[in-house]
Design a protein around this ligand. Structure first.
Ligand code: ADP
Ligand code: MG
Length: 502
């Protein structure tokens, strides 16, 4: 996992709704304060920051752990208040975080310092929501709902849904997402709930840095979540990903689970956050660096990633339907490995959508391009038909073949395995240019070298054959994601029953 974030290990507080610039009462960057530092990234027992923090986190083993440290990032989000919003604490005097002890608690309803302003914003929105509920479920259902909410201190309107969820079981996020309060068409919660959730997330540690931002492990009510903080030059990716998750029903085991999206505007800077499920193994790229694979695991990773891609690519009709989606930046860094060792596909910032009925191709407005190393020949020689949706799916399949190649090299056959390498590592430099890639892929028509040992294995040779069929120069001749998925599933079955192959 990449750990080169500028301020690794900083603990920081995000306030719940109710935080205003007016209640900060102090400059955003005051003098440095010394704090107790107790978290995996501390160099010393003390650190120096703009404020001190304590964050309560539930670790993978279910144990609650208190992390103490310094906060520096995003000062406008942790201003001026010792807070007990819930599960986090932030203060400004020397070592003020030393003796603080937090206990896991449900969200207390945050105060409403914006008073009239908030009412002004929430009023019409709530009225609209109520109308919707009335229309959809009828007066009876509406009354029952009101009754439930009344007992739950519903000053914040939508946020009472969070309180409701917090009453059940262990995973409040799970309950919240499964409850009937997700938006009608998209995969997410209503916008106000998304905002509330986002502002109750405490950033715990930086787990990765990509081309356009940072990814942090955050904590929401003691549950880990991933927070992607987009740099302002990549705001279009945030817009696109937010748009897709909020308009398309994308709940699938092999697509990264969306929780919330939030934009805050403070002073002159805009902060763009995307909150998703957190996967401690990190990306497939990270995973393959760290470990080698038994064939069974290799196929599990490959099949699950193919299921994710097939689900993206397919258009589903009906009320629970979805448009066809092409990813356009498929690579091992954009595939995450879940704790059950299945993959899920992440990063929809460049995705395009298509619906057959309306024959509408929604390309978005993102100036970003895919990752050069994974670009298909027709992208590199700029011959791709940009007005044809199928073309984008074909470029995904090219890239998927490269991901399969990365997996195959790390698969142990007869005790042999190769080191992790990115595709075309032997023919282009690190961070290859467009021209470097074009020369190799279009002019010389090279595809990655396939180790001989793979061809000799009955199952892995099947995988190799598939890669080749993902790399046909003629895009329309390539396999479809559905075919890849089915063939991989067959290969995986044959591993369980080896005789079937002979
Ligand atoms: P890029 O795709 O350009 O590498 P990202 O910003 O998408 O950049 O992600 C950076 C890194 O952060 C990933 O490679 C991965 O290690 C980590 N990461 C991203 N999302 C998650 C997540 N949901 N859970 C755990 N780690 C993640
Ligand atoms: Mg990414």
């Amino acid at each position: 996992m990449t750990l080169d974030c500028s301020r690794k290990g900083l603990l920081m507080l995000l306030m719940a709704l109710g935080l205003t610039q007016g209640d900060s009462g102090r400059p955003s960057r005051g003098p440095l304060v010394t704090c107790t530092c107790e978290n995996p990234h501390c160099w010393r027992p003390i650190c120096q920051g703009a404020w001190c923090t304590v964050v309560l986190v539930r670790e993978e083993d279910g144990q609650l752990q208190q992390y103490r440290g310094c906060g520096n990032l995003h000062p406008e989000l942790c201003q001026g208040r010792p807070t007990d919003v819930f599960n986090h604490y932030c203060c400004y005097s020397p070592l003020c975080n030393h003796n603080v002890s937090l206990t896991l608690q449900a969200t207390p309803a945050p105060p409403l310092p914006w008073g009239d302003q908030l009412a002004l914003i929430l009023g019409p929105l709530l009225a609209f929501l109520v109308l919707l509920v009335l229309g959809a479920l009828g007066l009876w259902h509406f009354r029952r709902r009101q009754e439930k909410q009344r007992g739950l201190h519903s000053d914040l309107g939508e946020s009472s849904l969070i309180l409701k969820a917090s009453e059940h079981g262990d995973s409040m996020l799970g309950d919240l997402m499964d409850s009937d309060c997700t938006t009608g068409s998209g995969s997410g919660l209503p916008f106000l709930v998304q905002r509330t959730v986002a502002r109750q997330v405490a950033l715990v540690e930086c787990v990765g840095k990509g081309r356009y931002g940072e990814v942090w492990r955050g904590s929401w009510h003691g549950e880990s979540v991933a927070v992607k903080i987009f740099s302002s030059r990549d705001e279009q990716s945030w817009f696109r990903e937010t748009e897709i998750y909020n308009t398309v029903l994308l709940r699938h085991d092999n697509i990264l689970g969306f929780i919330a999206s939030d934009m805050t505007s403070r002073n002159s800077s805009t902060q763009l956050w995307l909150i998703t499920h957190y996967h401690e193994h990190g990306s497939l790229y990270d995973f393959l660096q760290r470990r080698t694979l038994e064939p069974q695991l290799a196929l599990r990773l490959a099949v699950s990633a193919a299921c994710g891609l097939a689900h993206l690519h397919v258009e589903i009709f009906g009320t629970q339907g979805k448009p066809a989606i092409a990813h356009r930046d498929l690579k091992s860094r954009n595939v995450l490995v879940k704790s059950n060792l299945q993959c899920c596909i992440a990063d929809l910032g460049l995705a395009v959508m298509h619906s057959q009925g309306s024959d509408y191709l929604d390309i978005g407005h993102n100036p970003r391009v895919g990752t050069k190393r994974y670009m298909a020949p027709e992208v590199l020689d700029e011959k791709i038909r940009t007005d044809c949706f199928e073309s984008y799916k074909w470029t995904d399949v090219w890239a998927f073949g490269l991901v399969l190649w990365e997996i195959a090299r790390r698969t142990i056959i007869n005790g042999m395995v190769e080191d992790y390498r990115p595709p075309f590592y032997d023919v282009v430099p690190n961070d290859p240019s467009f021209e470097d890639m074009k020369k190799v892929v279009c002019v010389d028509q090279q595809t990655p070298t396939i180790p001989n040992r793979l061809a000799a294995d009955p199952v892995l040779s099947g995988l190799v054959q598939m890669m080749r069929e993902c790399w046909y120069p003629n895009p329309s001749a390539r396999l479809t994601a559905l075919r890849i998925k089915k063939t991989l599933q067959k290969l995986s079955h044959s591993l369980e029953k080896p005789k079937a192959l002979y």
